[in-house]
Write a protein that binds this ligand. Structure first.
Ligand SMILES: Cc1cc2nc3c(=O)[nH]c(=O)nc-3n(C[C@H](O)[C@H](O)[C@H](O)COP(=O)(O)OP(=O)(O)OC[C@H]3O[C@@H](n4cnc5c(N)ncnc54)[C@H](O)[C@@H]3O)c2cc1C
Length: 505
């Protein structure tokens, strides 16, 4: 039995803690916020009528891979989450609006048919590309599962496709199979979920994430993402562990290159095993000090490129949106043009009037989401922190108002007169992300999922400090709900196999 302290109650930290607690280890989670979940939380606000308290989802649009046979479904089942949380399946994964086009992605087969019907001359390439995506998924899963069982794997024989593609960006892979730039943009639509355009995002990462949704559906938990976080907390507590809130860790005590304990603002916890779910700059820069780490590792940390943050407008409407506008989709990607590289450029330059954004309509998945007759929307845009930091309070609030106006204007072009139905609207920014989770630059997916920071090049979960491990979006396998749950799960599996002496940085 090990005495394990987890810093941070994001999903990566909670997943590792839950599995370790289930296997009889003594687990303590220390979270600085007053709620568990990190980004996987919800918040309450009073609406215009003041009598109603609406609950808003902080982050989750949809999770993939939870249909029958989905790998994440098996992980959540083993963790015990499926005993606590009901997941609702979306009829359609998303609707993508592009100039002159309105494309539905319902399932793998239907999507493939839709694309082939529009681009019959690309039929062979579409089929081969999607088959390649599936091969990459299967090989990545094989490697991960072998590692979790403690079996040796050999990338040459177990994962030849992954080996061949590990240096490719999505754009390079698309170029091999698809001629039409328009069709490339249609297939790359989900880039908004992963934070980098096709020329930069790792093809293997995109392929895995794409297949999670396309093969195994898009799901949303009844009761919002907070239910997943609460379920993990409950599992930890049911197995004798503790989750202590309002406990900001201020130091990881290291002696002779090994963890000795963890200090918070309120006390000291001796421990030889620490899992940090916090941003690595926080973990190593503030809590330990770079001077206590090998220079090579510090250079690696300093070279990390964060993913973008985001701007998100949370809206409550006083209408049944589906009845009034006939919109049945849960998720809508809005594009003013096809060029996804231009889109990324526009995001970096904060061109709010033209950059792509997504609309999530929660009642379209769960009619009882809020109160009857109301509709809850979120408008989501990837966004860098630079344009928000350094503003004084007045300028910050003025910018929030201006950006909200632009977004509502664009929403109104799609759904006329929608403004008159707004009961409540609030905008979050990358600064909001940073202030609630401590993630550097308000990054929402940890380190960018670029070719240079994916697969075996991503920051490992073991560290140069004996007894210190990482879980969450900054480390392997990657960001997003699925990535960080896998991260916590894989790490716990490794610790359970007692291979902690193996340091692979
Ligand atoms: C608006 C938005 C929309 C998103 N939409 C989706 C989506 O639809 N699908 C999807 O898959 N992903 C989505 N994501 C991304 C996803 O939410 C994150 O990648 C994931 O939740 C990160 O989990 P994590 O385990 O890395 O921890 P985090 O959520 O980053 O949590 C880290 C925790 O550590 C705590 N902590 C930090 N420092 C300390 C300290 N010193 N002491 C104690 N505690 C500390 C923080 O308070 C926090 O609770 C979205 C994110 C945002 C913001």
């Amino acid at each position: 039995m090990k005495d394990v302290t987890v810093i941070g109650a994001g999903l990566g930290g909670l997943a590792s803690a839950a599995l370790l607690a289930k296997h009889g280890n003594k687990v303590r989670v220390l979270e600085r916020h007053f709620m568990a979940g990190g980004y996987a939380t919800s918040f309450h606000r009073k609406t215009r009528e003041m009598s109603l308290r609406a609950e808003f989802e902080v982050s989750l649009h949809l999770m993939g891979d939870l249909g029958e046979g989905g790998a994440l479904r098996e992980v959540l089942s083993e963790l015990g989450v499926l005993d606590h949380v009901e997941f609702l399946r979306a009829d359609s994964l998303y609707r993508a609006l592009l100039p002159g086009m309105d494309i539905q992605a319902r399932s793998y087969e239907a999507y493939e048919q839709t694309l082939i019907a529009r681009y019959p001359e690309e039929q062979e390439g579409i089929r081969e590309l999607f088959a390649q995506f599936i091969r990459l998924r299967q090989e990545m899963l094989l490697m991960m599962n072998k590692a979790n069982r403690g079996e040796d794997s050999d990338i040459f024989s177990d994962a030849p496709t992954l080996f061949a593609c590990s240096n490719l960006s999505l754009k390079q892979m698309l170029d091999e199979y698809i001629k039409s730039p328009e069709l490339q943009s249609i297939i790359g639509q989900q880039w908004q979920y992963y934070g980098l355009p096709p020329s930069q995002i790792s093809a293997a990462y995109y392929a895995y994430a794409w297949t999670e949704y396309m093969l195994f559906g898009g799901y949303y938990p009844k009761g919002r993402s907070q239910q997943i976080s609460n379920a993990l907390v409950q599992i930890i507590k049911d197995h004798g562990g503790e989750v202590l809130l309002r406990q900001e860790v201020t130091q990881i005590e290291v002696e002779d290159g090994a963890v000795r304990g963890v200090r918070t603002k309120k006390g000291y916890f001796p421990t030889e095993f620490v899992i940090s779910n916090a941003d690595p700059r926080e973990t190593f820069g503030r809590l330990i000090g770079y001077e206590r780490l090998p220079r090579k590792y510090v250079r690696k940390l300093e070279a990390l490129k964060p993913s973008l943050g985001c701007v998100q407008a949370y809206l409550l409407l006083d209408i049944d949106f589906q009845k009034v506008y006939g919109e049945k989709n849960h998720e809508i990607f809005v594009n003013e043009y096809f060029d996804l590289e231009q889109a990324y450029e526009d995001m970096l330059k904060e061109r709010y009037d033209q950059m792509p954004f997504s609309i999530t309509i929660y009642e379209n998945l769960n009619s009882e989401y809020q109160m009857s007759g109301k509709t809850t929307l979120s408008l989501f845009i990837l966004n860098p922190i630079d344009g928000w930091s350094g503003l004084d309070k007045q300028a910050y609030l003025a910018k929030k108002t201006a950006v909200t106006e632009v977004l509502l204007g664009r929403l109104e072009r799609l759904y006329p007169n929608i403004r008159q139905h707004i009961d409540f609207v609030e905008l979050s920014t990358p600064l909001t992300n940073h202030s609630y989770t401590g993630n550097w630059q308000g990054a929402i997916y940890g380190a960018q999922q670029s070719v240079e920071q994916s697969l075996h090049r991503r920051l490992p979960q073991t560290t140069p400090i004996k007894g210190l491990y990482l879980a969450g979006a900054w480390t392997r396998p990657g960001g997003g709900y699925s990535g960080v749950i896998w991260s916590g799960y894989n790490l716990a599996k490794q610790i359970l196999r007692n291979k902690e002496a193996v340091i692979q940085h």
